[in-house]
Design a protein around this ligand. Sequence first.
Ligand code: ZN
Length: 138
Amino acid sequence: MKSHRQEIWFELPTRRGFVNITPQVESCLKASGIREGLALCNAMHITASVFINDDESGLHADFEKWLEKLAPEKPHSQYAHNGFEDNGDAHLKRSIMGREVVVAVTDGRLDLGPWEQIFYGEFDGKRKKRVLVKIIGE
Ligand code: ZN
């Protein structure tokens, strides 16, 4: 069995944002030389997510609105976590949107559904963060 480990780095200029990382994950897969197996992608930070959904701007706006209803950023004082930090909302948003995805690798390609794309979800940006890609197989 082969394995391949790679990190994808981000520094979003905004507090929140979604980035389609499917091309980067495909590059990792290419570099791995693995044809059959599994690809794991996970955020390495507790205020960021990796999830799979549609690359459609209306949907992304809906996610932003929905997450702000569930866990509004402000007032910062509403969260017990915000003693020395202001990112209580970001931890909650990350929990809802998930930590990781696993995608099947078939015939050297990510075996995604027709509209599935892999996204990095940032909820406390303006600093360097990363996603881990680990691919195993043969
Ligand atoms: Zn925190």
